[in-house]
Design a protein around this ligand. Structure first.
Ligand code: ZN
Length: 309
């Protein structure tokens, strides 16, 4: 087991070197992150208030040491030099990894882990990379051009179709998430799928041909009927459900009445800075609250609450 995960060097320039990757895979220090489907296996206490990603020695893999085609190369720990791969197992195989079954949770939903904040940020980032990559492999087994089977290449970072000689690469879907502000107020909204009383910034997919700014302007107008005039990029966050990049922005407007699109949102409202502070502290009189520390929406709302934007 790795006691703590440090920064990973992805070594993207060496992924094409099969001899190097095979050498890493066979090295005694090397560890595998286990997934069931695209869900990471974790070790945790019974209350699941503390957890780490479960890592295993490749030589104890059910069915024997894995071949390069079966694994995804995540990188090399910059502190220890330990190479880290990920591999997907069946639920039965994952059970066999931990005969005692005392501490291993075989398949944990990554969204729950992110929301609960029980994994250290670096581990959550590593789990997110592995889960997003595995979700892509699961949907890219056949060539989108000719429908022939594809094979994994470059340590799991591409798939190749031998029939039409085309390589396919993992996709990332950009989403703009924007805090619409007017002076001392911002817009927070609810989707019907949100947990009860949770409100957040509005968001939408960036379309082909759009800049970040034009996507923010279009989505804001579509969802809440507001024309924004100034868009500022603030931060971004990979969100592996299944392979999204959240692009966090502030969008300024003059105060307008909201016209909510009911096909997108359940409700939206202007909220004062003081009320955003109450929502962040879970002391809002109506019980309204905002997403947790691992969500970029909270970063945007916190910057507004602290008068930094
Ligand atoms: Zn093909």
């Amino acid at each position: 087991m790795l006691s703590a995960m440090n920064l990973l060097d992805r070594q993207s320039a060496r992924r094409h070197d099969e001899a190097y990757l095979n050498q890493l895979l066979a090295a005694p220090q090397t560890q595998l992150i286990a997934l069931v489907g695209a869900k990471p296996v974790i070790r945790s206490n019974a209350e699941r208030t503390a957890a780490t990603l479960a890592t295993i020695d490749p030589v104890v893999c059910p069915g024997g040491p894995p071949k390069l085609d079966d694994v995804m190369f995540l990188g090399v720990d910059t502190t220890t030099g330990t190479a880290l791969f990920a591999r997907s197992f069946t639920a039965e195989q994952a059970q066999a990894l931990d005969p005692q079954g005392a501490t291993l949770a075989p398949a944990v939903d990554l969204r729950s882990l992110a929301m609960q904040g029980v994994l250290a940020p670096q581990e959550l980032g590593t789990a997110a990379t592995a889960a997003a990559l595995q979700a892509w492999h699961d949907s890219a087994r056949f060539c989108g051009r000719c429908a022939a089977p594809t094979v994994s290449r470059n340590g799991g970072w591409s798939r190749h179709c031998g029939t039409c000689n085309v390589s396919h690469f993992p996709r990332t879907d950009p989403v703009v998430i924007m805090l619409v502000t007017a002076g001392d107020k911002c817009v927070l909204a609810r989707q019907s799928a949100f947990p009860e009383n949770m409100v957040s910034a509005i968001a939408g997919f960036l379309e082909p041909g759009e800049t970040i700014e034009t996507a923010v302007i279009r989505e804001t107008e579509e969802e809440i009927g507001i024309r924004v005039h100034d868009v500022t990029y603030l931060a971004s966050q990979p969100w592996p459900f299944p392979h999204t990049l959240m692009i966090g922005c502030r969008a300024e407007t003059t105060h307008h009445p909201l016209k909510v699109d009911p096909s997108e949102l359940e409700s939206a409202q202007w909220v004062s800075r003081q009320d955003t502070r109450r929502m962040l502290a879970n002391t809002h009189p109506d019980g309204l609250w905002v997403p947790g520390p691992h969500a970029i929406a909270r970063t945007l709302i916190s910057l507004f609450a602290q008068e930094k934007i």
